[in-house]
Design a protein around this ligand. Structure first.
Ligand code: SF4
Length: 355
């Protein structure tokens, strides 16, 4: 398997010269200056950048580290504050787990973030990918780091025939055959960079790829055939109503139940979401009995397992006596930002549009 060593050497050379600089990344030259990766900061960056672009995640990472420099600081913060700072990053179960995980680190590890894969895997919200990444970067553990980008690279290198997701486990094992103890953190990050950049889904730039000479898909001229994928099932559509009750610039919000989607987050009151449009029973009542709901239109939002279509209604009330009111939609999940925006478009930011 001497070509494995050649492949690793070629990739690391490329990484040394051309790997990305990221706000949270400790590059080889930084290490040479004595910078030591902070597992807490690496963990934050990994959890935040899943399912979104690095450019989108970066400001959140900076904000969290400034506000909560250590896992204990994060654990000591009110969960509502953490959730509202997370708003916009999506997948809110992750924010809840983030806070929970910080609590475990504070209580069971005296605030010292673990760096070995086995322990990391026991922490809330930390899966195989994140555990492997933190252990490799922070403890030089020779772990097998595989994210979606790495899957693409590996499937092309080996011209891997089985379709994903079924073939995923074996593909990951194949990735594991390239793992060695030499600079595991840099190797993993290099591989992720290769997948995020050169080995792009549609137009891989094989001419400048450090692995081109070992790549079977490239030899076949069939790069984009891989990874093979099973046919996607179309995701179901769910319907519901959303109610933006306004009082001047303010609108009514409510905390969503802990269980279920967006649990614990602040949201706009809605009906149930179902396959068929729901009833209007959930429309907020007000003391002055004003329920002159006007339809503002429909918003669509795609969650992992379904698409939500909310029919947005809005009404004006003269009192703010009951419930929680806000003028800011910044702390709301994206789906509710869309709802508020639509209602405001219908009425203008403060009150019904004059006709
Ligand atoms: S040669 Fe092309 S397809 Fe193969 S790993 Fe490199 S960029 Fe990807």
């Amino acid at each position: 398997m001497h070509h494995v060593l050649d492949m690793r050497a070629a990739l690391l050379r490329w990484y040394d010269e051309q790997g990305r600089s990221l706000p949270w990344r400790v590059r080889p030259e930084d290490r040479a200056r004595g910078v030591i990766p902070d597992p807490y900061a690496v963990w934050l960056s990994e959890v935040m950048s899943q399912q979104t672009t690095l450019a989108h995640a970066a400001p959140y990472w900076g904000k969290f580290l400034a506000e909560f420099p250590t896992a204990t600081d994060l654990a000591n913060a009110e969960r509502e504050i953490v959730l509202s700072m997370w708003a916009g990053l999506g997948y809110y179960a992750r924010a809840r787990n983030l806070h929970k995980c910080a609590g475990v680190v504070r209580d069971e590890y005296r605030g010292v973030f673990p760096t070995d894969q086995k322990t990391l895997l026991t922490l809330p919200g930390i899966g195989p990918y994140t555990a492997a990444t933190i252990a490799a970067i922070c403890a030089d553990e020779a772990t097998n780091i595989v994210d979606g980008n790495v899957e693409r690279v590996i499937s092309r290198i080996f011209a891997y025939q089985d379709a994903l997701p079924k073939g995923r486990k074996a593909l990951r094992e194949l990735a594991g055959t390239l793992v060695r103890a030499d600079r595991p953190g840099d190797y993993g990050q290099a591989l992720m960079d290769l997948g995020a950049g050169i080995c792009a889904p549609k137009n891989p730039d094989c001419d400048i790829c450090p692995w081109a000479e070992w790549c079977k898909a490239h030899a076949q001229g069939q790069e984009t055939l891989y990874p093979k994928k099973e046919k996607k099932k179309t995701i179901p559509v769910r319907h519901g109503y959303a109610y933006v009750l306004r009082c001047g610039d303010y609108f009514l919000v409510e905390a969503r139940p802990d269980q279920g989607l967006l649990g614990g987050m602040l949201g706009i009151p809605t009906s149930n979401w179902g396959e068929k449009p729901a009833s209007h029973n959930a429309a907020p009542q007000t003391k002055d009995g004003h329920r002159n709901w006007q339809r503002a239109g429909e918003i669509k939002h795609v969650f992992t397992h379904f698409e939500l279509r909310l029919d947005v209604f809005t009404a004006e009330t003269s009192d703010r006596l009951e419930g929680e009111w806000t003028r800011e939609s910044a702390g709301l999940p994206t789906v509710f930002k869309k709802v508020v925006k639509l209602a405001q478009k219908k009425t203008g930011p403060s009150g019904p549009a004059k006709s």
